[in-house]
Design a protein around this ligand. Sequence first.
Ligand SMILES: C[S@@+](CC[C@H](N)C(=O)[O-])C[C@H]1O[C@@H](n2cnc3c(N)ncnc32)[C@H](O)[C@@H]1O
Length: 354
Amino acid sequence: MSNDVDKPIPVSPHKNSLQFRKSADVSLTIEALMEGNHVIIADYYSSGLLLLKELKKHLNQSLPNKSFLEQREYRAEYQKLSNRILMEVKNHSLAVKKSPAIGWLKKLYPESNQFYLTLPQIQGLNSAWQWYIKGVSIPVLRNKIHPYYGVYFPTRFDHLIVFDNWLKRYSGPKKSAMDIGIGSGVLSLQMMKYGFQKVYGTDVNTNAIIGFKEFMGDTKLSRKIELDNGNLFGKWDQKTELIVINPPWLPKSHDLNRLDEAMYYHDTLFEEFFSGAKQRLLPDGKIVLLFSNLAQLTGAAEEHPIEKELAEGGRFKLENCYKKRAKSASSKTKRNQTWRDSEEVELWELSRLE
Ligand SMILES: C[S@@+](CC[C@H](N)C(=O)[O-])C[C@H]1O[C@@H](n2cnc3c(N)ncnc32)[C@H](O)[C@@H]1O
């Protein structure tokens, strides 16, 4: 697995790139974007935002945006054109005036002094930086987490509450556990809270491993949680009494990027997980899977991968399944999504069959 941090790749501006300032002609600039030219923002950060706003206005007037297909085309066009708008990064800061301070420009590009990124990339870096420095409060944890660039972090907490209740009642041994797909580390931190002595964590996303290592620093935690950047169990072959996974909840339907891998699973993921878990689970050990009925409600999956394993796998049996109605993310996203009302998170507790 590569140990390189995942970050937006700098863009080389075309020779015939235009410069854009507040006073420039917006229609001519949009025309240039449509012809395939790069436009470099040359005065203020807000000029970039202005150009994006005007670009949206232009597309709203020129493209239909109603049906599902039209919306997809609209988004694709917006993405294509907005990614031709560039900003210069100089000495780890944006070169334009009155721009936000984005610490990732130093952390992720320590050796690059001058380069260009697209405005959408910069917006992504900026909002990720805000999350990282302000931190995210998690109801079941005492301290905030500080999600690293490009790493999944929870924004809804029902599954964490269910896991917390499970850990509260769990009376088995607490010598060691595995956290498969550790993300920002919340499940491992919960296990620490309930007295687990050692956790072996993995993630396919390099940034998750780099970020959580940085988060732990040189504290006691860093000696109790060991990390590996790898697929599923990574390099961990030892047997443990608990294996925890909060896998992606939806089947993959397109090519995945790093963050998508937190949301969508490949069709072999569950088979590989259960077969690996069988080799690593101690005789009286438990597997805990956090899941939801999201894929079934939205029609995204025909089968439930955990029910399938229980019915056909011949490896594990069901000990308990706890369900909790999921709270909506926000009233804004609730529109046209009546299935949200029946969304439930699930905690599946499995043990070995023999
Ligand atoms: C839904 S997130 C859960 C993260 C964290 N455990 C939590 O509960 O907040 C799923 C995580 O699994 C990781 N992941 C996806 N496929 C994986 C695989 N095959 N092996 C290891 N990690 C994987 C993703 O990168 C992501 O960080």
